[in-house]
Design a protein around this ligand. Structure first.
Ligand code: PHB
Length: 398
C-alpha cells in the first residue's frame, strides 16, 4: 500500500487551520464522509440514518450549551481521490473538529495522513481493513475488522468441513478476510483447495461460481462488500446450483447483511456466518434500537451492521465531547476515545482497546433462518467474547 502524500502547500494550510481552531467550542463541527450515491448508496444511507437518529434521541447527552453541527459529504463509493479531496475541504474550509463516516477502506486510508497533519480525530464507522488504525494516531475505529470475524469463522468451519474454497473482493478487507479465514481453517486442520480474487468494480459473479462448483469444495467462504454485491453473490450461487451440489456458503456477516436479506430470495437459508451484529439479536439493547429505528424510518426499514457502527461511533463521539465539558482538544479527544466502553451496545458489550484504538467486541455464529416469514440472521452462539483485532496481535502492531 502506497501511503498518500500531502503536498507541502497543503501541510501549511492544514497547520493554519489547526492554529485557527478555537480552544472553547460551543458548536462542535463534525465532517461525515459516506457513500450516498451510486450502486452502493444504501451503505451510506444506512449509516447516515443512524447518525441522524442518534443525534435526535441523545441531545441530552451533550454538556449544556454544546451543539453538534454535522457536515455530510458523498464520496460516491470506493474512491480514494474523491474522499481525500472531501476530507481536505472539510478540514481546511469547513474547519471540522472530527472526521467520521468512512464506509470504505481505500477512502479511510487516503484521509489518514490528513488527520495526523491537521490533528483532526477520525472516528471510523465502517472501513474494516486491520492496518488502517496504524496509519495515524488520530484514528479510532468503532466498526470491526475482517480478521475479527473471519479468523474464528475459519477455526469453527474446520470442525465441520474438510475442504474450502475462498472467494473475495480484490481490495483491503477482502485480502484480510482471505488471510484470516485461511489461517483459522488451515491451523485447525482444514484444507483450502482454491481461491479467487474478484474485481471490486462491476463484478459478474457467475464465472467465479462455476469455477468453485467445478472444484467441489465442502464449503465456499466469500467476502464481498455488503449490500447489492452480496445480493448478486447469492443470486449467482443459487442460479448455478452450488447449494444443490452440496457446497455450503459461509463467510463474515457482510454476505447476509440484514437489510438485504429480504431481497435475496430463499438462497441464503442455512448460510452460516460469524459476525458482531445481527438485527435479529435478542439483546434488550438491540430490541430498543430496532424499535427506535422502525419508529423513525418505518416498519419495513432494517438497520445494518453499518448502521450500528455509525450509532456506536456517534456514542463514542458524544462521550468524548461530553467529558470535555464544552472545550475541544484533539489530543484529549483521542485520550478519551481510548477509554470508551459501552456494556450495552445493540451488538453487545464493546470497548476501544487503548493500545490500538480499535474496537473490542463479541463475535457470534449465525445461521440464516426464516422467522415469522422473514429471513434473518439468528445468533446461535457466541464464538468468542471481547475479541481484539487478531491481525494486530499476530503481527505485534499498534
Ligand atoms: C471496507 O471497505 O472496509 C468494507 C466495505 C464493505 C464491507 C466491509 C468492509 O461490507
Amino acid at each position: 500500500m502506497i501511503l498518500p502524500t500531502i503536498r507541502k502547500a497543503n501541510i501549511a494550510v492544514l497547520a493554519l487551520a489547526v492554529c485557527a481552531a478555537p480552544a472553547a467550542a460551543q458548536t462542535i463541527k463534525i465532517g461525515s464522509i459516506l457513500t450516498l450515491s451510486g450502486p452502493n448508496a444504501t451503505l451510506g444511507d444506512n449509516m447516515d440514518k443512524a447518525i441522524k437518529l442518534y443525534m435526535k434521541l441523545n441531545q441530552d447527552k451533550l454538556p449544556p450549551g454544546v451543539k453538534i453541527e454535522i457536515i455530510t459529504r458523498d464520496d460516491g463509493g470506493p474512491n480514494p481521490d474523491k474522499a481525500k479531496q472531501l476530507a481536505q475541504e472539510l478540514i481546511v474550509r469547513d474547519k471540522i473538529q472530527i472526521l467520521t463516516g468512512l464506509t470504505w477502506t481505500p477512502n479511510a486510508m487516503s484521509a489518514a495522513a490528513l488527520t495526523t497533519e491537521a490533528k483532526v480525530p477520525m472516528v471510523i464507522m465502517n472501513a474494516g481493513t486491520s492496518v488502517i488504525t496504524t496509519m495515524s494516531p488520530y484514528i479510532a475505529r468503532l466498526s470491526f475488522t475482517l480478521w475479527q470475524s473471519s479468523l474464528p469463522m475459519g477455526t469453527w468451519a474446520a470442525k465441520r468441513f474438510k475442504t474450502a474454497y475462498v472467494a473475495i473482493s480484490d481490495f483491503g478487507p477482502g485480502h484480510d478476510a482471505e488471510a484470516a479465514f485461511s489461517k483459522g481453517f488451515t491451523d485447525a486442520g482444514g484444507k483450502v483447495i482454491g481461491n479467487v480474487r474478484i474485481p471490486l468494480a462491476n463484478p459478474d459473479f457467475a464465472p467465479y461460481m462455476q469455477r468453485v462448483k467445478d472444484a467441489k469444495p465442502d464449503a465456499l467462504f466469500v467476502f464481498v462488500p455488503a449490500g447489492k454485491q452480496a445480493t448478486a453473490v447469492m443470486k449467482a450461487f443459487g442460479d448455478l446450483g452450488l447449494g444443490q451440489a452440496g457446497i455450503k456458503l459461509i463467510g463474515p456477516g457482510d454476505i447476509t447483511t440484514d437489510e438485504e436479506l429480504p431481497n435475496m430470495g430463499d438462497v441464503p437459508l442455512g448460510v452460516l456466518t460469524v459476525f458482531h451484529y445481527s438485527a435479529a439479536a435478542e439483546r434488550p439493547a438491540n430490541k430498543s434500537f430496532i424499535a427506535a429505528w422502525k419508529k423513525e424510518y418505518g416498519e419495513k426499514s432494517i438497520p445494518s451492521f453499518m448502521s450500528v457502527g455509525a450509532w456506536d461511533g456517534m456514542d463514542a463521539i458524544y462521550y468524548a465531547i461530553r467529558e470535555q465539558k464544552g472545550q475541544f482538544d484533539p489530543d484529549k479527544t483521542m485520550a478519551l476515545l481510548k477509554t470508551y466502553k459501552n456494556p450495552n451496545s445493540p451488538r453487545g458489550p464493546i470497548s476501544i482497546d487503548p493500545e490500538t484504538r480499535d474496537i473490542v467486541q463479541n463475535e457470534y455464529l449465525r445461521e440464516v433462518r426464516r422467522v415469522g416469514g422473514q429471513l434473518v440472521n439468528v445468533e446461535l452462539e457466541t464464538v468468542e467474547t471481547a475479541v481484539k483485532d487478531p491481525w494486530k496481535i499476530i503481527n505485534n502492531k499498534k
